[in-house]
Design a protein around this ligand. Structure first.
Ligand code: SIN
Length: 551
């Protein structure tokens, strides 16, 4: 089945929906979402969206906080543009109907680690949910946007894959669309588009413990890499310092805004410790807080540390953090009276598909925005609440650029007859699904144990040897059995794990979120990005298995 639209949007968080809404002014749009439309990392964002909103703040201050947090790797032009263009797009969100929390006439602005001003707009602790609600309402009112929920990206269709004269990932390569799996019917659908935006989010599920939703399996990063895009700085995985410690809580996030409201980190014996690690104490940048907690837990042998917000009055906590309060209570922790047990967990993929100031990748007509991309905003460590902002601004810029391309006639006009339809060849249904669940679990444990907050050459090499074995096994499995959501996700987390390890092995220093015992200092020679690219011409279709060499 072939679906042809002007714009194909893969992902339905703030980056995808912003692009879709604006692009619908210029043509027809398909939104492909792996789960129900609202399901995305945006939906779970608690803290909020950083934006300069008051006279005692400035773009320069927001930019310098971002650059300080990014430890020398931010692209300063990108940082300045995103900080400067943020507030007007935030106002558009407000006009769309997003209700940020107010205190009287003014918006209530909170603070998180690394920010020198209160500048985080939020909807109590359900910011992402409120943004998704308002944006989806707007999407539903647009006639030329068609939504395809429960459709998963399999692979991009590119000129480089179809035409042997075009080198994959070269200046001549271009995106033509994508193959997707309809998760409910198991049917493969082919989307053809003039312009494609990838906004499928990050890869937290590569790790055993993560604050991310189940959908965060690095699908976009892996598919873009297979297509020949450049992937930058994958070693920078942000671990959020405070996720609820409870076997059933699935690393539920305890927002940094709890520390912004004066929450204090304590050891089991009640002693505070952050003051010995950083002058900003509990509000130090995230890499420092996560590493400090990891260090203290290893020193004491304790399973967690504690976050104490008991200085706030009960009604204040219930009003400011209704979701966190209720969830903690459900697990038996009353944060009004007692500190909450917390541990770090994988939270944000700072690296990703390398894009320019307009979200353009190195493959023509393929844009990327949000957590899936690396624009240079976050550098080696993302400043809290800058991610919704990045998705919002970059997607607006990407639409503007895409509209210019359409106007100038610079887009592919592929004939659907030239696209090979998906054929599963001799693949059969698997009767060994245990392979998928076993490998999935193994990858996540390897990554947590060897490629986590503190790394070393030995741990990284050990991890890579094991991931290579799994990649080979998964490759065989992928081509022999009918694809399912689980096999696609497994293939993607394995490849994303490999990209994280390869980038971490390249960087022979410690910087921001990448800390290795073998090179504990920051090295100015390494003030540069790690970039991976694979230009092997890969088959995308199971039919060609018998005739083409493939990865
Ligand atoms: C939080 O609320 O702590 C998360 C905010 C973010 O990761 O930007």
């Amino acid at each position: 089945m072939i679906i042809k639209k002007d714009f194909l949007v893969i992902g339905s968080g703030i980056a995808g929906l912003t692009f879709a809404l604006k692009a619908s002014q210029f043509g027809s749009v398909a939104i492909v979402s792996k789960d129900k439309l609202a399901e995305s990392a945006t939906l779970y964002a608690q803290g909020g969206i950083a934006s300069v909103m008051t006279d005692d703040d400035s773009f320069e201050l927001h930019a310098s906080d971002t650059i300080e947090s990014g430890r020398g790797l931010c692209r300063e032009d990108v940082v300045r543009i995103i900080c400067r263009e943020g507030p007007s797009h935030v106002r558009e969100l407000i006009n769309l109907g997003v209700k940020f929390t107010r205190r009287g006439e003014d918006y209530h602005l909170s603070r998180e680690g690394g920010h020198s001003r209160d500048r985080i707009l939020h909807a109590n602790d359900l910011t992402g949910q409120e943004i998704e609600r308002a944006m989806i309402e707007a999407i539903n009112s647009k006639k030329n946007i068609t939504v395809f929920p429960h459709h998963m990206l399999i692979d991009f269709i590119t000129r480089g894959r179809l035409d042997s004269r075009v080198e994959p990932g070269s200046a001549k390569d271009e995106a033509l669309g994508a193959y997707t799996l309809d998760v409910n019917t198991k049917q493969v659908k082919t989307f053809l588009s003039k312009i494609t935006l990838l906004a499928s989010g990050g890869a937290g599920k590569v790790y055993l413990y993560t604050s991310n939703p189940d959908t965060a399996t690095g699908d976009g990063i892996a598919a873009a890499y297979r297509a020949g895009t450049k992937i930058a700085n994958m070693e920078f995985i942000q671990f959020h310092p405070t996720c609820l410690y409870h076997p059933q809580a699935k690393s539920f996030l305890i927002s940094e805004t709890v520390r912004g409201e004066g929450g204090i980190l304590r050891l089991k014996n009640g002693r505070t410790f952050m003051e010995t690690y950083h002058p900003l104490g509990c509000l130090a940048p995230r890499d420092i807080v996560a590493r400090a907690i990891d260090h203290e837990m290893k020193k004491s042998g304790d399973d967690c540390v504690y976050l104490d917000i008991t200085h706030m009055k009960g009604y204040q906590i219930r009003e400011r953090f209704p979701n966190i309060y209720q969830t903690c209570l459900q697990f038996g922790f009353d944060m009004v009276n007692k500190p909450i047990p917390v541990v770090p967990a994988a939270h944000y993929t700072c690296g990703g598909v390398l894009v320019d100031l307009n979200g353009q990748t190195n493959i023509r007509h393929l844009f990327a925005s949000g957590e899936v991309c690396y624009s240079g905003l976050h550098g080696a460590n993302r400043l809290a609440s800058n991610s919704l902002l990045e998705g919002l601004v970059l997607s607006n810029r990407a639409v503007a650029k895409a509209a210019l391309l359409l106007k100038s006639g610079s887009f592919n006009n592929i004939n659907p007859d030239d696209i090979p339809s998906w054929d599963c060849g001799n693949a059969v249904d698997s009767d060994e699904s245990v392979v998928v669940s076993h490998n999935w679990d193994e990858i996540r444990r390897i990554m947590w144990n060897y490629v986590g907050i503190v790394r070393s050459n030995k741990r990284l090499h050990r991890a890579e040897r094991r991931i290579q074995l799994l990649l080979n096994e998964i490759k065989e499995y992928y081509w022999n059995f009918t694809i399912t959501k689980n096999t696609l996700e497994l293939r993607n987390i394995a490849l994303t794990a490999h990209l994280i390890i390869m980038s971490a092995l390249q960087r022979k220093e410690s910087r921001g979120l990448h800390f290795t015992l073998d090179y504990p200092e920051t090295d100015s020679d390494w003030k540069k990005d790690t970039v991976l690219q694979d230009t092997t011409r890969r088959m995308v279709n199971q039919t060609s298995l018998k005739t083409t060499s493939h990865e």
